[in-house]
Unconditional design. Structure first.
Length: 192
């Protein structure tokens, strides 16, 4: 029997179902619900592949982490660190005062981190899968989950929940976002 390489991927479905640390809202949708669904679909794709072990920050839609925003964020980073994840991905939906803002983007701790190329591949494949504009990867060392994780970490803004077209894609085809992220991970790891 062939011995497969196993990568441990920690998928953080950003935010909690209710406050503290609930997500953005727009077009009748809630960020925490969208990213929960995308995280579940991504986990399923990764586990079916056989090269991955996956842990979710929110295994159920009702999972509530922490009793404040800071303890919620700490629970996510600590969960990945204690599990010994190889990679950390935090899933989010963007929001803007302008309903015109559209597209996917990613944040990493540093442009010299291995997470930078991982995030680039994820955004490229999400663009192919969803058709949403690739807004690029930016360094954001101030973000707690990027600062406090011991492994390469990327925060992925799937699309703008405040943009009607992005929101319709996020709600209507969460699988396209999961497939894009999955394909980006495969390309990054040389498994495609």
């Amino acid at each position: 029997m062939e011995n497969k390489i196993r990568y441990k991927i920690y998928i953080d479905q950003g935010h909690n179902p209710v406050n503290p640390n609930a997500g953005a809202e727009g077009n009748g949708l809630r960020e925490q619900d969208i990213v929960f669904r995308v995280g579940i679909l991504l986990r399923d794709l990764l586990e079916e592949n056989g090269h991955f072990e996956v842990k979710l920050s929110r295994p159920t839609a009702e999972t509530q982490l922490g009793t404040s925003q800071s303890t919620s964020l700490a629970a996510r980073a600590n969960g990945a660190n204690e599990w010994g994840a190889d990679y950390f991905l935090s899933l989010h939906c963007n929001a803007s005062a302008s309903p015109e803002a559209t597209g996917s983007e990613a944040y990493v701790y540093s442009v010299s981190s291995p997470a930078y190329r991982l995030a680039e591949e994820i955004l490229r494949r999400m663009n192919l899968s969803t058709g949403l504009k690739n807004r690029g990867v930016m360094a954001r060392p101030s973000l707690y989950v990027l600062r406090k994780t011991a492994m390469p970490a990327a925060l992925i803004e799937l699309g703008f929940i405040t943009n009607p077209s992005d929101a319709a894609k996020l709600d209507g085809d969460p699988g396209a976002f999961a497939r894009g992220i999955y394909n980006g991970i495969l390309v990054y790891l040389g498994l495609s």
